[in-house]
Design a protein around this ligand. Structure first.
Ligand SMILES: Cc1ncc(COP(=O)(O)O)c(C=O)c1O
Length: 436
């Protein structure tokens, strides 16, 4: 080691004590380092050539890698790529498939950040979007063109809790060699594993249920490892053509893993939304309790939804776990372990009733976030859905009196008592006089 007693103060302050201690930590260590030393020139050349080992944390880091392995396993996918936010995961997934002149078909019931990405940002890069209703299979089919590169939807959507028929939409894409990309943030791999139903790529905002405690942002892209060059190569020339220097294509190098490797080697590190190893560690810790949290959140959410459905102040509750939801049967088919924690409630008293509730809750927190251990509430019309027209909002199930709940793991009696006190003073209107 170049930091013996004979070296100077400045040398010792950066080198002394940096020899790695030999130990076997049980928890995943946090490799908070920009890069990794090479033992010799051949190792560095192999890293740059074949991508072996770890060289620089933007292209790979052991803490990040451990979380990626865990997520790939839980999703039943081939590989996962962790990025810095859910928004980055959606962006990377779509940029891996579509470029200027291309087209994507997207459910109209999606997170506003994704909608904005498609309408404002990807549109400027020449990627065109056709929006369709999630459950209109004919519309999905009719929207496909020779330039279509992806079908995209959320497995369970905000605000109306629409459920995607993953198998049916994936099959429509497969007829044309087009992958179905799903945002499974609301369902998590505990409730639904879309790859088992035919989805090709799954993305999550790991900031939500995966991390679970509202401390960090993160996102993940999971690829199924089933890229079929014969069926899809004509739509994805960047995966089947020789590289810039005339070398082997991704499909030649990686076969069915071509798309996943392209995401890992080209799109994620070049656009650069790398996760911090510290955040990766916290996401990995969160995932260790995912099943326990989501199970409890789903039980609590069902109890809250049923309770709200009986209240005279409430006009409608859009929760997939209720028999009254139009997609309940589909929900039961796909979500066998619970129906998730996020749903909307529309109060008969309109905006003023919603204002009263979000400002009166005490256990439930008024904030924009979801999938947290704590219960949260938000008013979509004035926040998440403010950039939509009235008609678009109503199609999404968002009215002035709508509030969105993300139910946490608290004791159910405390949540009901909190909502009970928050509803005091909210007008009880007859159905005929409802002001949604
Ligand atoms: C369904 C869905 N996808 C993606 C995102 C974006 O995730 P992030 O906030 O981690 O960038 C969100 C955020 O709210 C979301 O709800």
């Amino acid at each position: 080691m170049a930091a013996g007693a004979d070296t100077g103060f400045s040398t010792r302050q950066v080198h002394a004590g940096s020899a790695t201690a030999q130990a076997s930590p049980r928890a995943t260590p946090i490799y908070l380092t920009a890069g990794f030393t090479f033992s010799d020139l051949d190792e560095s050349a192999a890293h740059f050539g074949e991508g072996t080992g770890f060289g620089y944390s933007r292209t790979g880091n052991p803490t990040v890698h451990a979380v990626e392995e865990r997520l790939a396993s839980l999703e039943g996918g081939d590989q996962a790529v962790l990025v810095s936010s859910g928004q980055a995961a959606v962006t990377v997934a779509l940029l891996a498939l579509a470029g200027a002149g291309d087209h994507v078909v997207v459910s109209e019931h999606i997170y506003e950040g994704t909608r904005g990405l498609l309408l404002d940002n990807l549109a400027r890069l020449g990627v065109e979007t056709t929006f369709v209703d999630t459950d209109d299979l004919d519309a999905w089919r009719a929207a496909i063109t020779p330039r279509t590169r992806a079908l995209f939807a959320e497995t369970l959507s905000n605000a109306r809790n629409d459920v995607l028929d993953v198998a049916a939409v994936a099959a429509i894409g497969a007829e044309h060699g087009i992958p179905l990309v799903v945002d499974s943030t609301f369902t998590t791999p505990y409730l639904l594993r879309p790859i088992e139903h035919g989805a090709a790529v799954v993305v999550h905002s790991a900031s939500k249920f995966l991390a679970g405690q509202g401390a960090v942002l993160g996102g993940v892209i999971v690829d199924d490892g089933r890229f079929d060059a014969a069926a899809s190569g004509h739509r994805f020339p960047h995966l089947v053509q020789t590289d810039r220097l005339g070398g082997a294509s991704y499909a030649e190098k990686y076969g069915a893993r071509a798309r996943g490797q392209y995401i890992r080697e080209s799109v994620a590190p070049r656009f650069g939304p790398s996760p911090s190893p510290l955040n990766a560690f916290l996401i990995g810790q969160g995932i260790e309790t995912l099943s326990l949290r989501v199970e409890r959140q789903s039980q609590n959410a069902l109890a809250v939804a049923r309770w709200l459905g009986q209240r005279p102040e409430v006009e409608r509750v859009d929760y997939i776990g209720l028999d009254s939801h139009p997609h309940h049967d589909l929900g039961e088919r796909y979500l066998t372990r619970g129906f998730g924690s996020v749903f909307t409630v529309t109060l008969r008293g309109g905006l003023e009733a919603a204002r009263h509730v979000v400002q009166s809750v005490e256990v439930i927190t008024h904030m924009t976030h979801l999938g947290d251990v704590r219960s949260l509430v938000l008013h979509p019309q004035s926040t998440s859905h403010a950039a939509r027209t009235v008609e678009e909002r109503e199609r999404a199930g968002v009215f002035p009196g709508t509030i969105r709940l993300s139910i946490g793991i608290e004791d159910i009696d405390d949540l009901l008592a909190d909502l009970d006190q928050a509803l005091v003073g909210v007008p009880v209107l007859e159905r005929e006089t409802v002001v949604l």
